[in-house]
Ligand binder design. Structure first.
Ligand code: DX5
Ligand code: ZN
Length: 217
């Protein structure tokens, strides 16, 4: 299981220290929640904070682009050191074009789908995708209630991958994940877990939060 804490819940006055602390606490990836205030009703940041942390953390950087025009800003994330780069299938840009551009840049192409988007929508794109981000909440904010239907959707996507992808494709669940639902998500076929609030707001700190999640693997 890959654990990817979401930097949306990090201390933006000490991002570099938080990134290094999460690495020391046993995180595998860092998840960067990029929002444009148009595709989602919140505005966070572009590639700058991620690029600024690139040298102080050896973890895989997973950029989650909740933006209408991912192709327009893709180069910023490539130059900023993003490894796994996900656009939303619901964005204005063509998903195929985006996935190909990420692949051409030698990075790992990923696609995110919202709770209201049927799993079927990703079928034809599976051969181009390294990771599918299944949203466990409506995108825009951390700390939201987990949408239970996400578990069944993960299982459906795992079946689609096994039937049609002909290769390994990670399933990432993003939003509302914690110790109360992680076991069911892993059983359904997820293997990458994003966590904002559970890890970064855990009363006993990042390392305890991450080991509690790993204990349920
Ligand atoms: C929501 C983001 C998620 C979220 C995760 O739009 O994509 O990454 O911030 O935070 P929690 O784990 O608190 O739901
Ligand atoms: Zn996210």
């Amino acid at each position: 299981m890959i654990i990817a804490p979401s930097m949306l819940v990090a201390d933006f006055a000490r991002l570099g220290e938080d990134a290094a602390a999460l690495e020391a606490a046993g995180a595998d990836w860092l998840h960067w929640d990029v929002m444009d205030g148009h595709f989602v009703p919140n505005l966070t940041h572009g590639a700058l904070p991620m690029a600024a942390c690139r040298e102080c953390c050896g973890l895989v950087f997973n950029a989650h682009l909740m933006i209408s025009e991912p192709l327009r800003y893709l180069d910023d994330f490539i130059e900023g050191g993003a490894d796994v780069i996900a656009a939303h299938i619901e964005a204005e840009d063509d998903a195929r074009e985006f996935l190909q551009a990420v692949r051409d840049a030698g990075r790992r192409p990923a696609l995110a789908i919202n709770p209201d988007t049927p799993a079927d929508e990703v079928r034809g794109l599976l051969p181009m995708i390294e990771l599918i981000t299944v949203m466990g909440v409506h995108p825009g904010f951390a700390g939201q209630e987990f949408i239970e239907d996400t578990v069944g959707k993960v299982a459906e996507i795992r079946r689609l991958i096994e039937a049609e992808a002909g290769r390994e494709v990670h399933i990432q669940v993003d939003g509302g994940v914690g110790t109360d639902n992680i076991r069911r998500l892993l059983d359904a076929g997820a293997d990458v877990i994003v966590s904002g609030s559970f890890v970064l707001q855990h009363p006993e700190g990042y390392a305890t939060a991450i080991s509690e999640l790993r204990a349920l693997e």
